[in-house]
Design a protein around this ligand. Sequence first.
Ligand code: IMP
Length: 427
Amino acid sequence: MSSVVVMGTQWGDEGKGKIVDHLAEQAQVVVRYQGGNNAGHTVVVKGIESKLNLLPSGILYPGKTCIIGNGVVIDPGHLLKEIKAMLAKGVDMSGLKISNRAQVILPYHRLLDEADEDARGESKIGTTKRGIGPCYVDKNARVGIRIVDLMDREEFAGRLKVNLAAKNELLTKIYGKQPMDYDAVLAEYLGYADELRPYVADTIFTLHDAINNGDRILYEGAQATMLDLDFGTYPYVTSSHPIAGGVCVGAGVGPKAIDKVIGVVKAYTTRVGEGPFVTELHEETGEMIRQRGHEFGTTTGRPRRTGWLDTVVVKYACMLSQIDCLAITRLDILDTLPSLKICTGYIYQGKPLHEYPASLKVLAQVEPVYEELPGWQTDTTAIRRYEELPLNARRYVERLSECAGARLGIVSVGPDREQTIVLEPMF
Ligand code: IMP
């Protein structure tokens, strides 16, 4: 195996950063293929926490090539802050490569994200307000500005002039906001361009050279299946493709370049933002999970909605991305519960549903079918071998694997690199 995708199976925040960090040790190249600084990865190394939004999690290992692919939307100011924070910690940044085809987030994207959310009122999406959606809109409308354009002063100045004029019309006439000043944005972004220049590359060729060289490649998904623009709970989704198929267009490789897909599953369910959530818990247990799991957004600090594990969602994710094995995270958060529920099916209008509903109206009306499993009420955080997990904990993860139709690959019992039980080689 030389090429592995790690992606989320639920609504994000599954703990992909830790799994990617774990696998990055064995990879030579780590690639982000979609999303932007709406993502938030917390990686803990020897008790020291690092929060990453745009940088691939592999950056914490020296000597790796870390690619921010063409499918990513980049807020240059934010990326530079992350780079500088890493440099201040003594992290080697020489392996960072930023795709010259990636799209640039501009201040008007952030303003439009916020204005659009406000205008939606009750039906707001609950975005991170980082300008992600509006930036992908411009990409698809073919007026986006790419990193390659930002690197060319004249090209950037010209494109910015045209775009800003159009966005100012929108901001002032539709949303009643102040217009943005061209000279200020130009000066700010030309400054970023100079600082980012050393990292910019045609990463498609960097990546294919590595593939031809037989290097181990790790593709790191951000967000997750249920936030996928096509397959998630639309419109309560993000504007990119976190599924494994997103790797092809977001990094510039064919489907045959992917050898293995690992689906990261949190041992329970959370989501931030709006949208239906079949297994949501509104009472004590939900609050207990939120507190024990510190379920507050890495990017926005918002409290996450919590619920029982929904294997209908995980099975759907496994189907869409042909997931080979599961990495189950945060099992330890459930250590204290006397019993747990797992959702194994949906009932709609008295009948079992065999498909994941596209209609949110239907989804809002489905009833979860629960199985109740006994808890293990044992601290699992120091366990390092699968056989040493309490029997009830093994039954819980094995039932999940059975319902999802994918093997167990990893079980994580804490945030640290060491707190990882590996059941099969990942590369
Ligand atoms: P956007 O990606 O900022 O446009 O937000 C769209 C939806 O995706 C909102 O519900 C966000 O809360 C959600 N979202 C975006 N990024 C993440 C993430 O990394 N984890 C969890 N939810 C996310």
